[in-house]
Write a protein that binds this ligand. Structure first.
Ligand code: FES
Ligand code: FES
Length: 79
């Protein structure tokens, strides 16, 4: 599998913490959306690391098609 699965056709709003590192699930298979749980091992896809610079709510892509991954860019509206 090299194509990502749509986890949901909407972003996940997450309150991130400054200085904390997050691993966004790019494959769509994780049970802990929007973050990686290791399920990508059966695919050729890898998680995308993101380190928060400030504490605030961020919208992580759930459809896995955003060009601004790991964040939503509205692409889900056209799926
Ligand atoms: Fe999807 Fe790790 S489970 S990238
Ligand atoms: Fe993927 Fe918005 S959820 S672009």
């Amino acid at each position: 599998m090299s194509e990502a699965k749509v986890a949901q056709k909407a972003p996940y709003g997450v309150e991130v913490e400054a200085g904390k590192k997050y691993f966004w699930c790019s494959c769509g298979l994780s049970a802990k959306q929007p973050f990686c749980d290791g399920s990508h091992k059966v695919t050729s896809l890898k998680p995308v690391a993101y380190e928060a610079t400030e504490s605030k709510k961020m919208f992580f892509c759930g459809c896995k098609a955003a060009k601004t991954a790991p964040f939503c860019d509205g692409t889900h509206r056209n799926l």
